[in-house]
Structure formats: C-alpha cells, structure tokens
Write a protein that binds this ligand. Structure first.
Ligand code: RB5
Length: 146
C-alpha cells in the first residue's frame, strides 16, 4: 500500500510525527509537504493528495491541518475520494469497515500525537467489510456524479 501524506502549516508537527510512524511501520509513503512552516492554503495540499489517490498514483492519503475540517472538505470535492475526519480510534476502524474511506483527515489542534498514531494504525489495518456497506458506498459515489 502506497500512502500520500500532506498538511498545511497547522498540521506540520503532527505530519512529521505520522511520517515517523509510517517509517516505523515500514509503510511505503510519499510526503507531499509543505517543506517549511510558512503559512499555506490547505486546499492546495488536499488537492495534491486527493487527486493522487483518485488517479491511482497512491492507494490512500493522510491529510492534517489545524482542525482537519478544511482538509476533509477540500478532499471530498475530488471525485472518487471518501475522506473521513477522525479523532478517535473507534471511528478510525468504523470508517474503514463501513465507508471504505481512502483518505484520513486529522486536526493537530484537536488531538495529541499518541492518539493520532493509534488512529493511523487502526485506519491502515482495518478492512472494508463489504456486503451491505458495498451497496451504501456505491450510493454515496452515485451522489457525486449528479
Ligand atoms: C489554518 O490556520 C487553519 O485554518 C487550517 O489549518 C485548518 O484548520 C482549516 O480547516
């Protein structure tokens, strides 16, 4: 599995923490920055990750900003993206099991690094359950084409 990860200035510290985690886990990833702590616009970075996932260059994406809200709103504008804003381990598991989310958003100003690491571990390892959820996810994807 190849992951793309990015943030804005509000998520740089947590992004570096999660990059460290991905290295520890041996997960293949690309860090799309930003490279400095200068103020940037989160849609630029959400777009880079979301378009990369939607086009198949990456299997999944992780986006971090101050709240995770801007990143999740922006990522979900891209066709094919199911971005889940998650700040607890239960939801991290559930969104993989039920929603087949392909992008994870988190807020650095909302949770600490320890919890964020557990969220990422759960989100990376939990499978999509399919079955009735397949039908529902299909209906979600139909909404974006209208
Ligand atoms: C940046 O100050 C902040 O607005 C951004 O990181 C994010 O929280 C937006 O949703």
């Amino acid at each position: 599995m190849k992951i793309a990860i990015s943030s804005d200035h509000g998520g740089n510290h947590l992004r570096r923490e999660i990059v460290q985690l991905l290295s520890e886990l041996g997960v293949e990833f690309v860090d799309l920055g930003p490279d400095s702590d200068d103020s940037v616009d989160y849609p630029d970075y959400a777009g880079a990750v979301a378009n990369g996932v939607a086009s198949g260059n990456y299997d999944r994406g992780i986006l971090i900003c101050g709240t995770g809200i801007g990143m999740s709103i922006a990522a979900n504008k891209v066709k094919g993206i199911r971005c889940a804003l998650v700040h607890d381990v239960f939801s991290a598991k559930a969104t993989r099991n039920h929603n087949d989310s392909n992008v994870l958003a988190m807020g650095e100003r909302v949770i600490g690094a320890g919890l964020a690491r557990e969220i990422v571990k759960a989100w990376l390892s939990e499978p999509f359950e399919g079955g009735r959820h397949e039908r529902r996810v299909g209906k979600v994807m139909e909404l974006e084409s209208k």
